[in-house]
Design a protein around this ligand. Structure first.
Ligand SMILES: Cc1cc2nc3c(=O)[nH]c(=O)nc-3n(C[C@H](O)[C@H](O)[C@H](O)COP(=O)(O)OP(=O)(O)OC[C@H]3O[C@@H](n4cnc5c(N)ncnc54)[C@H](O)[C@@H]3O)c2cc1C
Length: 415
């Protein structure tokens, strides 16, 4: 393999993971082409809840899920829903998901994610500072809110993990919640206050700013839809879309859509999507000061430059179905219950695709089928909080260097 400085590498996907990979590969001396069928940051990295949350290591796999899954799926007004027509296709993923809900497994996943998330800022801040994207980041922490003592106590497992692993968590009462966020309705009795979380004022503008910086430093951004990845006899990779390119290595960072490129040079992995939704209230940018999430409502609210974003929910319905208006209605209704001063209709709505593995751990590593393809997807609910360190890891793998953390838990070979 030639030295990094003589190697051409393609990164497929310009979400937070692909963009960070492109920037770290560029720093390592590779000639990088970043390819997306859309403008940068228009996938899941566009419409998420915009929290950069080092504490978000507790997976949604939880020991109580096997008992609660069916009631949650059948309840009306639930943050979790399934398209029953799609359910048979999801069954293997769901069964695997349930097998990762055992308490010991949840602790293992939380520990691996804690290692990734707790080091992300070390790799995000340099990119944000040197590109100027730091002007689009705000501190202020993150409130995870409970509406009743019963809700708090039924989350004892996750609270224990937060207290054990997060170095910045404080438990606060209703009076302190009110002092921090006076516009919240007095429906919350307790919260976990994570002091070191940040939020993005504009997720899409951070992505665009990072890509402008990448291009200013000689990187190539190519707008194209990749249709196949092929390993050539000489080991190089043919990346084929409407234009073909031959690269020494390729990084597959196409989020939930990565699975459309499985088969051939890339092994089939159990990548699914947990669809998520948001509604924006354009006039409410100042109504809260930090990301506030409800432990039971299944979404978070974040003050952003273009208004208040209420984002979350999980819908299991694959990549092809149109958005479900009932999910937007749920977010609209529940956000007003939490913030009664919101009087206007949502200014915009969105649906997007979380890339999710059944064990809630991303895939970061060389393909088991084609050595010169590096896989970087599956960041499910926390890609905005772990994408930048993933980029640094990808560059280390490509350059044959030791990554900053143990990446064994994220190996593609684990399936
Ligand atoms: C409702 C919701 C709320 C969330 N809230 C948070 C949060 O508060 N904090 C947090 O950390 N995370 C959050 N997440 C998760 C986070 O958004 C994702 O984990 C993250 O954005 C994934 O980034 P990615 O780069 O892997 O994928 P994406 O951002 O989806 O990027 C993949 C890119 O690949 C491109 N692509 C796909 N296929 C091809 C192809 N064949 N050819 C060319 N290009 C292709 C797409 O166009 C896209 O731009 C949330 C997600 C959702 C849906």
């Amino acid at each position: 393999m030639p030295a990094a400085g003589e190697q051409k590498i393609a990164v497929i996907g310009a979400g937070i993971v692909g963009i960070s990979s492109a920037l770290y590969l560029q720093r390592a001396g590779f000639a990088v082409t970043l390819i997306d069928r859309d403008e940068p940051g228009h996938g899941a990295s566009f419409g998420n809840a915009a929290a950069l949350a080092p504490h978000a290591f507790v997976p949604i796999n939880s020991p109580s899920i096997p008992r609660r899954l069916l009631p949650l799926l059948f309840a009306s007004g639930s943050p979790l829903s399934i398209d029953w027509g799609y359910a048979p296709r999801m069954l293997p993923w769901l069964l695997s998901f349930l097998s990762h809900c055992r308490p010991a497994e949840v602790t293992r996943i939380a520990q691996a994610m804690h290692t990734l998330l707790s080091r992300n800022l070390d790799h995000a801040l340099p990119l944000f500072r040197e590109s100027g994207a730091d002007r689009l980041m705000r501190g202020g922490g993150y409130l995870h809110l409970y509406e009743s003592e019963a809700a708090y106590h039924s989350s004892a497992g996750e609270v224990t993990l937060y207290k054990r692993l997060a170095g910045d968590v404080e438990e606060i009462d209703a009076a302190e919640i009110r002092r921090l966020e006076p516009n919240l309705a007095p429906v919350f009795v307790r919260a976990l206050y994570f002091h070191s979380a940040l939020h993005y004022l504009s997720t899409v503008e951070v992505c665009a700013t990072l890509v402008r910086h990448f291009r200013a430093n000689g990187g190539c951004f190519l707008r194209d839809e990749v249709r196949t990845l092929d390993a050539r006899p000489d080991g190089r990779i043919r990346v084929a879309g409407t234009q073909d390119g031959i690269y020494d290595q390729a990084v597959l960072a196409a989020g939930a859509q990565a699975r459309r490129l499985f088969g051939g040079a890339v092994e089939k992995l159990p990548l699914e999507t947990e669809r998520g939704y948001h509604v924006m209230f354009g006039k409410q940018a100042g109504i809260i000061s930090r990301t506030c999430s409800s432990a039971t409502a299944g979404f978070a609210m974040t003050p952003m430059s273009d208004g208040l974003r209420c984002a979350g929910m999980v819908e299991l319905a694959g990549l092809d179905k149109p958005p479900n208006p009932a999910c937007h209605a749920y977010l609209d209704r529940t956000a007003r219950r939490f913030l009664p001063d919101i009087r206007e209709a949502p200014s915009s709505t969105w649906m997007g695709f979380r890339p999710s593995m059944p064990d809630a751990l991303p895939v970061i590593g060389r393909s088991t089928r084609t050595t010169n393809i590096i896989l970087a997807f599956g960041h499910q609910h926390v890609g905005m909080s772990s994408g930048c360190i993933t980029g640094a890891i990808v560059a280390d793998i490509a350059a044959g260097r030791m990554p900053p953390i143990d990446i064994t838990p994220f190996s593609p070979a684990r399936f």
